[in-house]
Ligand binder design. Structure first.
Ligand SMILES: *Cc1c(COP(=O)(O)O)cnc(C)c1O
Length: 223
């Protein structure tokens, strides 16, 4: 048995009160998520749309579901009715689809722009230039059902702490650049989602506002 209550307590004590904790519940069964819920956790993160769609109706309504994985456009319609933050927006096309589906049901969907900060090719995300192109586009101006709330990124999977630190610093620089040039008067644009089980201590040093933690809470995943 994984001591979820103890794990959650330990993780919570290790992050400041103003940093949001996203409990990454991917691959975890409903009972396990409910245990974390009963221990007071309210924000959960999932990286597969279908999995999140299946879990959501089985769990309490006051859960805030964050979508943190690569989102296919054909799944947008099904998550838009309940998702509270899409952390992984990496294209104008995706944003367009989210806006379209959100408009149909009259919702405003909070989103983060995901940046590619890791060395690994495999990880998704925008470059600063791509993000600026998106924000400069005429189309973006007309997305009335999207609220951009900040940035997200995943560091390289490595034991080299200095490399991870450099990548997190780069994300913070991107955030500050966008804040200054596009969102200066927008209170909603304030999140930097960075840090997972193995690197969130570094992310805290580098100014994260939102950590996404799975294994330190739920134990190792069996795929
Ligand atoms: C799985 C995942 C996490 C959490 O990973 P842990 O190492 O288990 O903490 C965080 N962010 C994203 C995008 C993930 O896919």
């Amino acid at each position: 048995m994984i001591p979820i209550l103890e794990n959650l307590d330990r993780v919570r004590k290790s992050i400041p009160a103003d940093v949001k904790l996203v409990a990454v519940s991917k691959t975890m069964p409903i009972e396990t998520i409910r245990e974390a819920y009963d221990a007071g956790q309210r924000i959960f993160g999932e990286n597969k749309a279908q999995e999140m769609i299946d879990k959501e109706p089985q769990l309490p309504e006051d859960i805030e579901w964050h979508f943190i994985g690569h989102l296919q456009r054909n799944k947008v319609k099904q998550i838009v009715p309940f998702v509270s933050l899409i952390e992984s927006v990496d294209s104008l096309r995706l944003l367009r689809e989210i806006n379209k589906e959100a408009a149909k049901i009259d919702r405003l969907i909070p989103c983060l722009l995901q940046f590619h900060i890791a060395e690994e090719e495999s990880k998704f995300g925008l470059s600063l230039e791509e993000a600026e192109d998106l924000l400069d586009s005429d189309e973006y101006m007309d997305f009335d059902n999207i609220r951009l709330c900040g940035v997200m990124g995943m560091a390289t999977f490595t034991t080299d702490d200095e490399q991870i630190r450099r990548e997190f610093r780069a994300l913070k620089v991107y955030y500050e650049h966008l804040k200054k040039n596009y969102f200066q008067d927008d209170q909603a644009f304030r999140e930097i989602s960075m840090g997972m089980t193995n690197d969130y201590h570094i992310a805290l040093d580098e100014g994260t506002t939102m950590v996404r933690i799975g294994s330190a809470i739920f134990g190792e995943r069996n795929y």
